[in-house]
Design a binder for this molecule. Structure first.
Ligand SMILES: [Zn+2]
Length: 300
């Protein structure tokens, strides 16, 4: 089972260094990746989260909220959309048969429309909450304009007694191999879930927005940048559940080292370690390694 790491468009938040911890100043905008996974399986390609899509790039104002466009000012480069990177890898958009969403926030669901043959898996709670549009913030974060795929959504509930390293999980996702599970991790949103993938070496758990900075997973004195701490507080649906799940993830990292590797959606350090390239670079073109491509003359 081969896994590709795709950054599907950076957010460039106000606060610079206060957010990403590595921009030179707090007065310029920062960069936060949107880490998506493309998994090659016997059932076809599975995409874990979609980042922003082609229509977000072309018409951001029609799809996204003015509030988040000003706050996050995404770097709308078409070549960084999931669909364009998947094409660079040598696949067709129709090869993507399944999409698993950690949640329905605008920066995770924007690419859904680019994969018309995919079944979209998400938690039932997330689908219900997003469509209810209860609060002002819900209407900014959940964007029905991104959901042309709604007829292909397949929602799941977690049943007790299907444990995965101390977490409940959803197994036997229809059409998907048993190596892919959903692991509910509510807090950031009520129907938020991690996606676990069994590789020959270890389990990979994409924890979505359950945490935002890799040092939050450090057992001794966890750390998060002040900007991302504030952002997580602004966006949380259930603070108690969010903090409890972060603690459980820290325990998982501590106790299952070598068996489970945990990653999140917006940490640049994790992305660059796993993808072995900068957050600014799209997936290497098919048949070409990242290092070989770096030697090619620039097309600009
Ligand atoms: Zn996010």
């Amino acid at each position: 089972m081969r896994i590709h790491h795709l950054n599907c468009i950076c957010a460039c938040p106000l606060g610079g260094r206060l957010m990403d911890g590595r921009s030179p100043s707090i007065f310029q905008r920062g960069s936060l990746c949107c880490h998506c996974l493309l998994v090659e399986t016997e059932a076809g390609l599975c995409l874990i989260d979609t980042g922003y899509g082609l229509r977000d790039v072309r018409q951001p104002g029609a799809r996204l909220s003015g509030f988040f466009l000003r706050l996050m000012s995404p770097d709308f480069r078409e070549e960084m959309t999931a669909v364009r990177q998947i094409e660079r890898l040598g696949f067709a958009p129709s090869d993507v048969r399944h999409i698993l969403l950690t949640h329905l926030d605008f920066d995770h669901a924007g690419g859904l429309d680019d994969f018309p043959r995919a079944t979209v898996h998400l938690m039932t709670q997330e689908s219900e909450d997003a469509q209810a549009q209860r609060t002002w913030l819900d209407r900014q974060r959940y964007r029905p304009a991104q959901w042309a795929s709604r007829a292909r959504w397949r929602t799941h509930v977690s049943r007790h007694g299907e444990p995965w390293y101390g977490f409940d999980c959803v197994r036997d996702l229809p059409g998907l191999p048993p190596e892919i599970l959903m692991v509910p991790l509510p807090g950031h949103t009520t129907g938020h879930a991690g996606i676990a993938i069994r590789t020959p070496q270890e389990w990979l758990l994409m924890a979505g927005d359950a945490y935002f900075h890799h040092l939050e997973m450090r057992w001794a004195s966890p750390y998060c940048t002040p900007g991302l701490r504030l952002y997580q507080t602004l966006m949380e649906k259930d603070r108690g559940a969010r903090l409890r799940n972060q603690q459980r993830l820290r325990e998982l990292v501590r106790d299952q080292a070598g068996r489970v590797r945990v990653l999140c959606a917006h940490d640049n350090t994790e992305f660059e370690a796993l993808a072995a390239r900068s957050i600014q670079a799209p997936a290497p073109a098919s048949g070409m390694s990242a290092s070989a491509e770096a030697l090619q003359p620039s097309r600009q």
